[in-house]
Design a protein around this ligand. Structure first.
Ligand code: PEP
Ligand code: MN
Length: 359
């Protein structure tokens, strides 16, 4: 073959490369359009059935010289690149992301606003144990200027033999007491079928650390008509945490708050390790309010004040803390719950520090 012939063939290849490139780019642009349609319809990006059909059609139309396996492999690479493109675009536009919404989300319930400036104190017992117990705490919280009470009725306990919570009876107690004192209530829901129950009895649905990646629960919370407080999973990365929040927001419920509650490390002197760095990172990455639970993160009472100060200094929008009228008799988390006088001292010292900015 003369050099001239070789150059001519290479010229044809260069031209085909350009055409292939143009076609691949055109294909990529179409897959991006498909991604937008799928996103709005809530359809998954990856469709293995459709991919198999496309590969079968291509294999059947193959006239050589490449064998079938090579054709399948080549096109599989093109499909994979298109899928990566769809997912990258999607990530850039996460609904919970600051890139998507620069203004802080303000979560509202009754007359309480969380996020966007003022700080919030969420306090109350670990578990709802009785009407008297909740009423005693609620009266004290009201007198101290706290607007939001917490209390678990469905308790996700490590041992099946431990107190599991009063269930619906507990939610009824919380509502009755909160109505009397005009408080906003937060309580954990563990069952996707309980969202209507939640709307009936509580103001904010808590999704606990153990359920942060219970995707059916997240989807159900996304359809609820009341705000959601999402706890960081015991071993969740911040990306996983934000993705969990995205599940809720993408289903239509934009009233979501994040709460750092400590992650599991090798440390034994605290129940979990309070990840303060999560606060500024979550505030940077997301427009959702960020709270810090100083009780479950530390598991002890003696360091809740400095930890709460650190959380506020790092940019948290609020603090959660457990308070019980008689902690030694508590049916759950007895070691970490503050007595009412201890809480009053904690709250007044936090306010005195100048870090807690209350409306
Ligand atoms: C709680 O707040 O009642 C609770 C069980 O916390 P966590 O899910 O963070 O362990
Ligand atoms: Mn608890």
């Amino acid at each position: 073959m003369s050099n001239q012939e070789l150059d001519a063939l290479r010229g044809q290849l260069d031209e085909l490369n350009r055409e292939l490139l143009e076609l691949i780019c055109k294909r990529g642009a179409i897959t991006q359009e498909i991604a937008i349609v799928k996103q709005t319809q809530g359809i998954p990006k990856y469709d293995p059935v459709r991919e198999k059909q496309m590969l079968d059609v291509l294999a059947a139309a193959n006239i050589g010289p490449f064998d079938e396996a090579t054709i399948r492999h080549l096109f599989k690479q093109i499909f994979k690149a298109s899928l990566d493109l769809q997912q990258k675009d999607h990530k850039k536009h996460l609904l919970v992301s600051r890139k998507r919404q620069t203004d802080d989300t303000v979560v509202r319930s009754k007359n309480v606003a969380i996020g966007g400036g003022a700080h919030i104190m969420v306090a109350g017992p670990c578990s709802i144990e009785s009407y008297e117990q909740v009423r005693t705490v609620a009266a004290a919280l009201k007198a101290s200027g706290v607007h939001v009470i917490r209390g678990g009725a469905f308790k996700p306990r490590t041992s099946p033999y431990d107190f599991q919570g009063l269930g619906v009876e507990g939610l009824k107690i919380l509502k009755e007491v909160a109505d009397e004192f005009g408080l906003v209530t937060i309580s954990e829901i563990v069952n996707p079928a309980h969202m209507e129950l939640a709307e009936q009895y509580i103001d904010v649905i808590q999704i606990g650390a153990r359920n942060m990646q219970n995707f059916e629960l997240l989807k159900a919370a996304g359809e609820a008509k009341i705000p959601v407080l999402l706890k960081r999973g015991i071993a969740a990365t911040m990306e996983e945490f934000l993705m969990a929040a995205e599940y809720v927001v993408s289903r239509g419920n934009t009233q979501v708050m994040l709460i750092e509650r400590g992650i599991r490390t090798y440390e034994k002197w605290t129940r979990n390790t309070l990840d303060i760095s999560a606060v500024p990172i979550l505030k940077q990455e997301s427009h959702l309010p960020v709270l810090v639970d100083v009780s479950h993160s530390t598991g002890r009472k003696d360091i809740v004040l400095p930890c709460a100060k650190a959380a506020l200094a790092a940019g948290a929008d609020g603090i959660m803390i457990e308070v019980h009228p008689d902690p030694p008799t508590a049916l759950s988390d007895a070691d970490q719950q503050l007595t009412i006088p201890q809480f009053d001292q904690f709250f007044s010292q936090l306010k005195q520090s100048g870090l807690f900015n209350q409306k």
